[in-house]
Design a protein around this ligand. Structure first.
Ligand code: PHE
Length: 339
């Protein structure tokens, strides 16, 4: 029996030595130490021994069991340690590697300034409306008091797509579309692209942006126009900005003005940004011409209004001190990344 015990123990230890993985170890445990295992079976055979032999044999079996158990435990520990080691090796992170920079998109400077302008006008109760870029002569000129052969047509070089179909030269067409669909009181702005057949240079582009504004109600006067536009200029350029209203001419407004603000760069002394003038022209405006109101079915005896057209590109170049308007349209990432 002793011999048998010795054999089982040796076999068990050899098996443990040869085990490859935790499943092998578990099989060995069941085979030798389990309820029906070989070492357990030997204990059960002890009934046939004499009372003197029994405790001696019992002790031997228990020692053998403990030995096998310890060897198995050591093997399992060894395997776990190896597995951990392997995992750590595989998951090594080189913390000296440069990090991946993930770039996020940003707003184009024109959109940033446009967003600010919309906020300012919305806070004064204006709605934002949209109009088509391809317009008819009717909306872009006729209804705006500029009939065929009117000399004012020369003020804007127009891209014609077909007879009487053109790329809008001004967002003012939106005034008409608005008055056709809304009844006074009206308070809207219409931002958008406009097109003129201009030569391209640092201050001119055949595509640029305007924000048209229109207010029509009973009792609207030039004072309302001045108040709204002054407030706008102060919010965009700062409260110390001086605002100058110069008489001007537009066929669809009477009287008409152009609005200059004191140069925010030099405070009015004259510099490169304002080309020595001390002032920067930012918009045209005026009281809506009675003919325009009439062409939209609004009685000029009952209602009056004012309109304005702000150049978004000029506002953007002066705010960010951009020296060439072309930069706004070239989509050069080196330029855009600066905003
Ligand atoms: N549409 C004019 C322009 O493009 C600007 C303007 C708009 C003037 C509204 C008066 C009223 O020059």
């Amino acid at each position: 029996m002793k011999q048998q015990l010795e054999q089982i123990k040796t076999a068990a230890l050899e098996a443990i030595e040869a085990a490859q993985n935790s499943a092998d170890c578990e099989n060995i445990r069941v085979k030798y130490l389990g309820k029906k295992g070989e070492l357990t079976a030997i204990l059960k055979m002890m009934g046939g021994l004499s009372p003197e032999e029994r405790p001696i044999m019992g002790q031997l079996v228990n020692t053998a069991k403990a030995e096998v158990d310890a060897a198995l435990g050591a093997k399992v520990n060894e395997m776990n340690a190896k597995a951990t080691e392997l995992k750590l090796q595989q998951e090594t992170i080189d913390i000296t590697m440069p990090a991946k920079v993930s770039k996020t998109g940003k707003l184009h400077p024109l959109n940033t300034v446009l967003g600010d302008m919309i906020d300012i006008f919305q806070s004064m109760g204006f709605d934002v409306v949209d109009g088509p870029e391809v317009e008819t002569d009717h909306y872009n000129f006729e209804c705006l008091n500029v009939p065929q052969d009117h000399p004012a047509r020369d003020m804007q070089d127009t891209f014609y797509l077909a007879e009487n179909i053109l790329l809008r030269t001004q967002t003012s067409a939106a005034q008409i579309r608005t008055m056709e669909t809304r009844k006074p009181p009206i308070r809207v702005i219409c931002p958008g692209r406009v097109f003129r057949a201009d030569e391209v240079d640092a201050t001119h582009s055949p595509v640029f942006h305007q924000i048209e504004g229109l207010v029509v109600d009973k009792g609207i006067t030039m004072c309302d126009l001045k108040g709204v536009l002054e407030q706008f200029a102060h919010e965009i350029y700062g409260p110390d900005t001086k605002v100058k209203f110069r008489p001007s001419f537009f066929p669809f407004t009477e009287p008409s003005v152009e609005v200059d603000v004191s140069c925010s760069e030099c405070g009015g002394k004259g510099c490169r940004v304002c080309k020595g003038a001390g002032w920067i022209e930012i918009l045209g405006a005026g009281m809506v011409h009675p003919n325009v109101l009439r062409s939209c079915g609004i009685d000029p005896e009952e209602y009056s209004g004012f309109a304005f057209g702000i150049g978004l590109d000029r506002l953007t170049t002066t705010r960010y001190k951009i020296s060439d308007i072309r930069l706004l349209f070239e989509n050069d990432k080196r330029f855009l990344d600066q905003f």
